[in-house]
Write a protein of this length. Structure first.
Length: 312
């Protein structure tokens, strides 16, 4: 006899209440604020106007049927540079930073000493738990003309004088990509390690009996077994191409490297907090979200056709 929904809820009431709290949290912090999207289509929203007041609803719409702010952003002289910086750093992180945690997780799995493995994992995880405010201060010190990096380069004979790396725009993308990998490599490898641990050990035993080397087993067993995990995380990474890690770039940004450091998130921050153009800033944020959804949808369709793994 099938149980009714109410009977099932009653039997699982503790679990259902826990799940309900998560749903309420999502509704309050993820869905309710979506009402504020209307700000992007208003002419000149002022922060003194409440989102829940009738005066906010009566604020006139922007020109061009409410899309004037989007048009202004695309026509902005800085649009090309901002988009190039955002996509440039994000694509570098995707191309370089995405495969490295996979390789690191596989190498960790191959370690035979449990004690040494724990030490490597702990050391690799530690930077993740430091905020970018702390790491930004460390990097600023290391990359100064008298910092650690310059001292090492001069001792190795690779440089004759100190270079202030954060004052040189040409170094900024490399600094962002390398520091992001340094901070997140160990943490990003956790999910791949979990997927590798779930692989049936009998597959490796059979491969060993057949004479397959450890290197051959990685490509014949490990990588195919975690293909689904890699695909899902890749889809999410593509969807986040326009998210350029605001905290990281904000602490490393300065007027000297601004030409290579101005990304969409930094531009929105300056427009909203300094110029008080909240409607314009909201329009840019909405533009970024729409493009991110399109990228996510395309990546999902492509991966579904290639290896039949997708988010939806």
């Amino acid at each position: 006899m099938r149980k009714s929904i109410w009977q099932t809820f009653k039997e699982q009431r503790h679990l259902q209440i826990m799940a309900l709290l998560g749903v309420v949290w999502m509704l309050v912090f993820n869905y309710a604020p979506m009402y504020g999207i209307i700000v992007a289509f208003k002419k000149n929203y002022k922060i003194t106007e409440s989102l829940f007041s009738l005066s906010f609803l009566k604020t006139p719409w922007a020109d061009a049927n409410g899309f004037q702010h989007f048009i202004n952003f695309i026509k902005d002289p800085e649009f090309g540079n901002i988009l190039a910086n955002t996509l440039g750093m994000s694509i570098l992180k995707l191309v370089i930073g995405f495969p490295l945690p996979i390789a690191f997780a596989i190498l960790l799995n191959e370690l035979r000493s449990p004690r040494f493995k724990r030490w490597v994992q702990t050391i690799s995880y530690l930077p993740h738990f430091l905020s970018w405010v702390v790491l930004g201060g460390i990097l600023t010190n290391w990359l100064s003309n008298t910092g650690l990096i310059n001292q090492v380069l001069m001792l190795a004979g690779l440089s004759k004088e100190g270079v202030t790396f954060l004052a040189e725009p040409k170094y900024f993308w490399g600094i962002v990509v390398i520091s992001d990998i340094w901070k997140e490599l160990g943490w990003s490898a956790i999910i791949y390690l979990a997927a590798i641990v779930g692989i049936d050990p009998e597959l490796y035993e059979a491969a060993t009996v057949d004479g397959a080397s450890r290197f051959r087993q990685i490509f014949a067993i490990t990588l195919p077994s975690i293909k689904g995990t890699i695909t899902i995380l890749f889809i999410l990474a593509v969807g986040n191409l326009l998210n350029s890690n605001f905290d990281q770039i904000l602490v490393l940004w300065n007027p000297l490297n601004a030409s290579r450091a101005n990304v969409i998130d930094i531009y929105v921050y300056h427009v909203a907090m300094r110029s008080m153009r909240y409607s314009y800033a909201s329009a840019i944020g909405l533009f970024k979200s729409v493009v991110a959804f399109i990228l996510l949808f395309i990546a999902n369709r492509v991966t579904k056709k290639l290896n039949e793994v997708s988010l939806f």
